[in-house]
Structures are given as C-alpha cells and as structure tokens.
Ligand binder design. Structure first.
Ligand code: AMP
Length: 211
C-alpha cells in the first residue's frame, strides 16, 4: 500500500502512521523526522532547514523533494510506504506524480484548530532520545523524565505556542489545498480525529480495509 497521511501538525499522523506501519508491514517515511535528524547531525541539509523549522515555516520544496526521492528509492519502500508529512504543498504533490508514484489513498485526519493548540501545548520530547510524551495524554512515569533513557523532557522548539499558530496558518494556506487535489483524483479519505487515539485508529484501519 502507498499511503499519504494528511492533517494539521499535531493531528496525530505520527501515531497513526506507527500503527498502520505495523499492520501493513510497510515503512513510515516522515520528512519531519528526516529533517530533525539532519538538524541534530549538523548536515548541510540540516543547516539549510534550521531557520524554517524553528519558525514553523515549510522547508523549500526542492529540499524536501530531494529528501523524498532519495528515501523512496531505498529497498524497504519497494512494497509500499506511508508518507507522513509529505506532500505539504501542491508542487510537492506534483513531484510525486512526476516520479510516477500513484498512491492508493490520501488519508486526512480532521482535527479542529482549537483542539490542536490544546494538544500541542502539552507535547514534550526527550532531549536525549527523542521519545515523545504528553502532559495529559501520555504522561511519563516520573514528571519531566524520559521512561526509556532518563533524559530531560522539553518542549520542542517548533511546539512553542507562537510557532504552533504559525504552523497552523501555513497548514491552512499551503497544505489544505491538497485535499482538493486528491479529491479530484478520487483518492481522498477523510477521518474525524477522536478524543481517544484508539478510536481514531479504529476509524483509520476501517477506512483502509475498505480500499
Ligand atoms: P513535522 O514533524 O512533520 O511537523 O515537520 C517538522 C518541520 O519540518 C515542519 O514544520 C517543516 O518546517 C519541516 N517539514 C517537514 N516536512 C515538510 C515538507 N513536506 N515540506 C516542507 N517542510 C517540511
């Protein structure tokens, strides 16, 4: 299966991607994760991306398209993949078409902005291993400390409230038009994000099983 996950930042794409990946035995390709790893490793691409991600802006299309081309040419993507966080603009979606990649579906997880702001303000990540937590929905065993490695839990720079509002604005302006793009191709699936992640997962897996 070749699947695109659409949805605002914080809509829960990453969590759903993990479950779909286990269920269908296909890798998740997250441009956000690839970019964060490049930032941490201080690569040239990471340096190019830094200023954009910190402000909640999109990294230029040519950079992310390059990342995706390279990643999708790897062996583990042969039998399918889940794209989490790509495409995020119409030119990026057209680049997939130009690569002759035809997806089975673009699944959009619908969550209201007010709910997103609430969720993102509680998000914490381990500064050492990157594991993610939430002050309300996924508490660590000990407050402020990572369960797996004991690292300190911090707010990701792009989860700061001001940046979140900018990421939402960018989402509505640049990414949401992709829903019409995939609707026109009859590939769009809409799933309403639920309060309980498990309920969203059930809807997502049902929608995919009906493809
Ligand atoms: P994410 O974790 O998917 O929200 O991505 C974190 C940040 O990486 C975004 O706020 C963007 O700055 C950048 N990024 C990730 N994917 C893309 C993309 N497809 N196009 C442009 N920028 C991206």
């Amino acid at each position: 299966m070749k699947l695109i996950l659409l949805g605002a930042p914080g809509a829960g794409k990453g969590t759903q991607a993990e479950i779909i990946s286990e269920t269908y035995k296909i890798p998740t390709v997250s441009t956000g994760n690839i970019i964060r790893a490049a930032l941490e490793n201080g690569t040239e691409m990471g340096l190019k991306a830094k200023a954009y991600t910190e402000k909640g802006e999109l990294v230029p299309d040519d950079v992310v398209i390059g990342i995706i081309k390279e990643r999708l040419s790897e062996d583990d993507c042969k039998n399918g993949f889940i794209l989490d966080g790509f495409p995020r603009t119409i030119p990026q979606a057209k680049a997939l078409d130009d690569m002759n990649i035809s997806v089975d579906a673009a699944l959009s997880i619908e969550v209201a902005d007010s709910e997103i702001v609430k969720r993102m303000s509680g998000r914490r990540v381990c500064e050492k291993c990157g594991a993610s937590y939430h002050t309300e929905f996924k508490k660590p065993l000990k407050e402020g400390v990572c369960n797996s490695c004991g690292g300190r839990l911090v707010i990701r720079k792009d989860d700061e409230p001001e940046t979140v509002l900018n990421r939402l604005k960018v989402f509505h302006e640049q990414t949401e038009p992709l829903k019409d793009f995939y609707k026109a191709k009859e590939k769009l699936l809409l799933v309403e994000g639920q309060d309980d992640v498990k309920d969203t997962t059930a809807l997502v897996l049902k929608a995919l099983s009906e493809l």
